[in-house]
Design a binder for this molecule. Structure first.
Ligand code: FAD
Length: 468
């Protein structure tokens, strides 16, 4: 019987810097598999727009793999049993080993363990690499032998290791001889309802976006990255979230294009690198505290907070009708496109928790159901940061003023006018707080008074601390 290697693509939808693909092809004739889960059990409320991005990316990947003579089978499934039955159909082809890249979420790890054991009984080996982060989670510990809970010492350690080891990017494998096999299953993949067409999915286009950012934009990143009206960040997060590009590729390109600047603290390049280190940090945190996946607050005393959880206010936040222009503009952009700028993610998260007194988990879940770049570790980390419940979180008394944030980061109201057409004709001095003008009556009134809401938040946290 012929021997075939099987690569199971999951969150590593690329041919460059893909250790599972590289290793499999080094061992012999290789075929590949992608299983699209129809339901959200594994996917944590995956947004339809992200599903659509994956569908389009997988189609592009299929062509790229065809160029390497590696056939990619596309299958839909609901559960790990569905994956098992796919394996069952493939085993008669003489599968020697299944190759995957690790996924860190608890249920995904359990799924992999079950499948690995199931395959072992049938004489099929399981090969897994751990390359979602630059450095393997668990490999950084503090003086007491535990994972860092604070970002700054983590980053320091990370930079030391980076200086010692650098990053290695794997090249695209060379084409293999065509595989002649009778491959059983091909199911057309369903996309989500929302179109991701604004996001190119061909490998060359994604690489070009990275190159362009590192050549043309990274110099100004430190200065401009907080201004949502500008396109001044890389917008690579959707690709990093599905593995259409790897974090190593990002860093290697940054070194090529802006290597000298990387040595200077606070240069655009070094600040951008810090963001990629945040990405690693939250993944390391998730691996060290896997129960985060159960949406537990990292700081356990905050579990006692009595959130008000007013459903009408929550709906106003979701719909972008809170009467706070920057919050509403951001939420409308999210609803219409699946994207939101980092500064605005912080503003709307703070607003939900500390102005509306709604449990951060409601917002976390809503984000996952809408974001094109939904990533459990980064999203949970961001929400717990904003809610002051997480590792290295904002102190609870740090409460963003949504109007001041608007004046600072969208001074001319360009972003607001773009997403809140009711306010498009307002002069600059009223765009951040339009409620004094009669002409703003098409726009909703403010659902809360920020100054009062702030006091309530301080009380909620103080009370929970006394309980703890
Ligand atoms: P750039 O500024 O160009 O940064 C480059 C890359 O670094 C990003 O693509 C991302 O992979 C990583 N990165 C940047 N900031 C962070 C951060 N704070 N934490 C972790 N990684 C970071 N990011 C996601 O990828 N998925 C999410 O689901 C997600 N949810 C968030 C929720 C909240 C409440 C907050 C405050 C932040 C969240 N972030 C999330 C982090 C951040 O907002 C996005 O990564 C960033 O806006 C993506 O834009 P960019 O690619 O242009 O980033």
């Amino acid at each position: 019987m012929p021997v075939v290697q099987l690569v199971w693509f999951r969150s590593d939808l690329r041919v460059y810097d893909n250790a599972a693909l590289t290793e499999a092809m080094a061992q012999g004739p290789t075929i590949a598999l992608f299983v699209a889960f129809r339901q959200s059990w594994y996917q944590h409320d995956m947004a339809p727009v992200k599903q659509d991005l994956i569908r389009r990316r997988v189609q592009a990947l299929q062509q790229e793999l065809a160029g390497l003579n590696v056939p990619l089978l596309l299958v839909e499934g609901n559960s790990y049993q569905d994956v098992q039955s796919v394996f069952e159909q493939l085993l008669p082809l003489g599968i020697a080993r299944v190759y995957t890249e690790v996924e860190y979420e608890l249920r995904e790890r359990r799924r992999d363990q079950v499948l690995k054991d199931w395959l072992a009984v049938r004489g099929v080996a399981w090969w897994q690499c751990d390359r979602q982060c630059v450095f393997v989670p668990g490999s950084f510990v503090n003086g007491s032998g535990a994972m860092y809970q604070v970002y700054t010492p983590f980053k320091k350690r990370w930079l030391q290791r980076f200086a010692e080891q650098g990053v290695q990017v794997l090249a695209k494998p060379k084409p293999q001889a065509p595989v002649v096999l009778d491959l059983p299953l091909v199911t057309p993949m369903q996309g989500g309802n929302n179109s991701s067409a604004d996001w190119p999915v061909q490998q060359d286009d994604v690489m070009q976006q990275l190159r362009h950012f590192c050549q043309q934009q990274v110099q100004d990143y430190q200065k401009l990255r907080d201004l949502p009206a500008l396109d001044a960040t890389s917008r690579l997060s959707p690709y990093l979230a599905i593995g259409a590009i790897s974090v190593r590729q990002c860093i290697a390109r940054l070194q090529v294009e802006a290597g000298a600047d990387l040595q200077q603290a606070n240069s655009g390049a070094s600040v951008w690198l810090s963001e990629l280190i945040w990405r690693d940090f939250y993944k390391h945190v998730l691996v060290a505290w896997p129960d985060l996946i159960k949406h537990q607050p990292f700081q356990t005393d905050t579990a006692a907070i009595r959130w008000h959880n007013d459903e009408t206010l929550f709906q106003a936040w979701c719909d972008g009708t809170t009467g706070y222009p920057l919050v509403d503009a951001a939420m409308r952009q999210l609803n219409q496109t699946g994207w939101m700028h980092n500064r605005l993610r912080m503003v709307v998260a703070s607003f939900l928790v500390k102005d509306l007194h709604i449990d951060w988990r409601w917002g976390e879940r809503y984000f996952m159901s809408r974001l094109i770049d939904g990533d459990f570790a980064a999203n949970n980390g961001g929400w717990q940061w904003a809610a002051s419940t997480g590792t290295d979180a904002a102190p609870y008394f740090r409460i963003f003023n949504p109007v001041t944030q608007s004046e600072r980061f969208d001074p001319d109201g360009i972003f607001i006018r773009n997403w809140v057409p009711e306010l498009a004709r307002l002069p600059n001095q009223h765009i951040h707080w339009p409620h004094k003008l009669p002409m703003s009556k098409e726009y909703p009134g403010a659902v809360v008074d920020h100054a009062k809401a702030r006091q309530v938040t301080l009380e909620l946290f103080r009370h929970a601390r006394q309980q703890g």
